[in-house]
Design a binder for this molecule. Sequence first.
Ligand SMILES: C[S@@+](CC[C@H](N)C(=O)[O-])C[C@H]1O[C@@H](n2cnc3c(N)ncnc32)[C@H](O)[C@@H]1O
Length: 272
Amino acid sequence: MQPGKQLSTSIDSAVPTAARMYDHYLGGKDNYAADRAACEELDKVVPSTRALALNNRRFLQRAVRTLSQEYGIRQFLDHGSGLPTQDNVHQVAQRIDPSTHVVYVDNDPMVLVHGRALLEQDERTTVIHADMRDTDAILAHPETQRLIDFSQPVAVLFNSVFHCIPDSDSDGPRAVVRRVTEHLAPGSFVLMCQLVSEDPAVREFVTDFMDQATQGHWGRVRQEKDVAALFDGLDILDPGLVEVSTWRPDSEVAPRQLTQEWIEFGGIGRLR
Ligand SMILES: C[S@@+](CC[C@H](N)C(=O)[O-])C[C@H]1O[C@@H](n2cnc3c(N)ncnc32)[C@H](O)[C@@H]1O
């Protein structure tokens, strides 16, 4: 990562964050009036965002279950993990195999506080306060070193996070994916999805709105083709890259997104 990117260590309740807005959409309690007000404004332009967020979370849970159950993955590195909610990655994976190791990474200080409280008794799961673009620091972190064996397959998760970082040759989504995958054993997996819109007016409005609301802690709403480009060189699991509520749906009834101004789009790739 380029030098100069500062990690915030203090919580400012007056400035909305992606983590707390997402928590509000999921029905959580770890958010403030400023986060809820920003969601209300956003809903005027993209009214299906709550359904989108719920479906995104369910996709993550199905994907983790699939990676554990069908592909035998026992190590997860989750970038931009978010505030703890119900059925977090470690709970889904450890229900299938309690020996599964999980490293959560997030740059929101509130995630660190709540994550640590949740994980106090769990030796196999940890949360690291880091910028997801800082691959070297994340991989060299003593907790990552303790919990992840990079000579064995790992599932690296970027679920609904790349819209939080801007394009950049050295630090944009493509660069980050390239840097991480260099360290992964064959048979590892990379899960990626992000907010996309094929409507330029929506892309522009939401990108500007979120950039202002979060005081610059935001990236860009992209297009499906931008997400597809991140999977270059990876074998994409069935059903391919899709709106995530349609990725291997299970028997749970998913909330229907009544409008489609923006969607969460992505899937899972495997390293040869
Ligand atoms: C929409 S939430 C997604 C949470 C979770 N991955 C999920 O899909 O349920 C985006 C998360 O990414 C985190 N985030 C945003 N930018 C980040 C960065 N540069 N480094 C680490 N985490 C970041 C936010 O704090 C937030 O928790």
